[in-house]
Design a binder for this molecule. Structure first.
Ligand code: HEM
Length: 231
């Protein structure tokens, strides 16, 4: 077992499993956020019985809150192994951008070469994001205060065009990172013959696109709501 975890396939496996767990979180997170767009269409944006508000209340249940340390651990494992794998690749290739060797499939993808850079952008903006929502909701509750109204936070955050644009850059980085990561995970578990290589690439891009399009629509909808451009 110890051998497996330190072997190169074992490390990629851990990277893939922690990544898969984060993808499930992203799907759930994007879906609950997307409720705010449905609220807009139904005229319940900002209402106490709005779908998005209900989704946030669900996320605040103790059974879900208990998962927060697990989620944080998932991020930490994924980041640590990601850095480690990249460092090993650099050592093996003798430089960051030396991808001329071995896998042609990995070599011709921009995302594959830039997973570390994309990861750093995602992590950096994640901290910015946590100050907008998590700090004012879950952290406020943990520290004995009350969670702020989630629609108000949407409007405060995305009401500013520059913040919205930074978020959109973030979502594009998430798309590129997920699009490659998903495929890479299947390659690690061995589904990489020529038929499945194409299929998992397409499935990965579709899943990444669904997640990111939901996030983008949430940000744009909140921008329009905050600036009184839709009712
Ligand atoms: C339109 C885009 C997004 C919106 C409106 C949004 C909204 C929120 C909200 C309301 C919370 C606080 C939940 C609570 O404390 O009860 C939160 C937390 C969080 N968000 Fe996002 N989010 C977005 C995109 C993302 C993305 C792209 C990621 C990951 C790359 C992400 C990662 C997290 C994490 C890790 C937390 C803390 C854990 C949690 O409270 O569930 N979010 N977000």
């Amino acid at each position: 077992m110890a051998n497996f975890l330190t072997s190169s396939i074992g490390k990629k496996f851990i990277q893939g499993i922690s990544g898969a767990f984060l993808v499930i979180f992203m799907l759930l997170h994007a879906t609950i956020n997307f409720f705010s767009v449905i609220d807009s269409l139904k005229g319940t944006y900002g209402a106490d019985d709005g779908l998005f508000k209900m989704g946030c209340d669900f996320m605040a249940l103790p059974i879900v809150t208990m998962m927060v340390p697990v989620l944080a651990l998932g991020f930490i494992v994924h980041i640590c192994y990601g850095c480690f794998l990249t460092w090993q690749n650099i050592r093996a290739r003798g430089g960051y951008n030396r991808y001329e060797v071995a896998s042609k499939a990995a070599a011709d993808s921009w995302s594959a070469k830039n997973m570390l850079v994309l990861g750093i952008v995602i992590l950096g903006i994640l901290f910015f994001h946590l100050t907008h929502f998590w700090a004012k909701m879950q952290l406020a509750e943990f520290t004995g205060g009350e969670a702020e109204n989630p629609y108000l936070l949407l409007n405060l955050t995305f009401g500013n065009i520059w913040v919205t644009l930074i978020y959109i850059v973030w979502f594009i980085a998430v798309f590129l990172h997920l699009g490659h990561g998903f495929w890479s995970m299947f390659q690690t578990v061995g589904w990489s013959n020529s038929i499945w290589m194409k299929r998992t690439k397409v499935i990965g891009l579709i899943v990444a696109a669904i997640i990111v399009l939901m996030f983008i629509s949430v940000a744009c909808n909140a921008y329009l709501q905050a600036n009184g451009l839709i009712g």
